[in-house]
Design a protein around this ligand. Structure first.
Ligand code: ADP
Ligand code: ADP
Ligand code: ZN
Length: 216
């Protein structure tokens, strides 16, 4: 199974990718996570990406296309993958088409997660993750069962992304509308775009996705 999750920052791509990974035994490929790892490791890519990400702008197409092309060749992608946050521009979508053709791979679905802009600022500024296992939480929408303790691993340290502040979110939303939203008609024209209501409860979004993927 090979999927693209399309949606603005805070739409729930990462949250749902984690659940689909477990259900379908496929891997999540998040260009955002890979770029943050490169920044943390101080690699050449990280040095080039850091300021761009902090400003809420998009990193160059060449960098992310290169990262994805290498990653898809890894053995753990054999069973399939979920692209989370890639492609984000028409140039990336076109590069992806070419890449998949060359690798003789086919996309099964492109799923758009629809969430109104008004909800996204709160989604993003309230987001945090477990510093140990990466489990995702939200200040209001998804709290750990025991305050301050990760449900998944029991640890008590959490982190927030440097770019999850109100000011940067505004730039990221603008980048989404200007550069990523044109991918919707692009994939619709190819006949593989499907849409879910990303404003429903987290469990209901998962159900809707599993239903449209044919494994309810
Ligand atoms: P994305 O990967 O699209 O940027 P995330 O999956 O990180 O978005 O979700 C952003 C924040 O919103 C997280 O804190 C998450 O817990 C919360 N969230 C995700 N889906 C929902 C939902 N359907 N309803 C309410 N909150 C949600
Ligand atoms: P979100 O989960 O909020 O949608 P991501 O983690 O996907 O955010 O991305 C964080 C930042 O990383 C983006 O604002 C952008 O600077 C950079 N980035 C991630 N994926 C891409 C991509 N495909 N093309 C260009 N820049 C990207
Ligand atoms: Zn944890």
């Amino acid at each position: 199974m090979r999927l693209i999750l399309l949606g603005p920052p805070g739409a729930g791509k990462g949250t749902q990718a984690q659940r689909l990974m477990d259900a379908y035994n496929i891997v999540q490929l998040s260009t955002g996570d890979m770029l943050r790892a490169a920044v943390a490791a101080g690699t050449e890519v990280g040095l080039r990406a850091r300021a761009v990400m902090e400003a809420g702008d998009l990193v160059s197409d060449d960098i992310v296309v290169g990262i994805i092309s290498d990653r898809v060749d890894e053995p753990d992608c054999k069973n399939g993958f979920i692209l989370d946050g890639f492609p984000r521009t028409l140039a990336q979508a076109e590069a992806l088409e070419l890449m998949l053709t060359e690798k003789k791979l086919r996309l099964d679905a492109v799923i758009e997660m629809q969430v109104d802009d008004g909800l996204l600022i709160d989604r993003v500024t309230g987001r945090y993750t477990c510093a140990n296992c990466g489990a995702g939480y939200h200040d209001k929408n998804l709290k750990p069962k025991v305050d301050g303790v990760c449900d998944n691993c029991g640890r008590t340290e959490f982190s927030r992304r440097a770019d999850d502040n109100a000011e940067t979110v505004a730039s990221r939303l603008q980048a989404y509308h200007e550069q990523t939203a044109p991918l919707l008609p692009f994939y619709r024209a190819k006949g593989n775009l499907q849409t879910v209501d990303g404003m429903a409860d987290i469990d209901d979004v998962t159900k809707a996705m599993r239903t449209l993927l044919g494994v309810g």
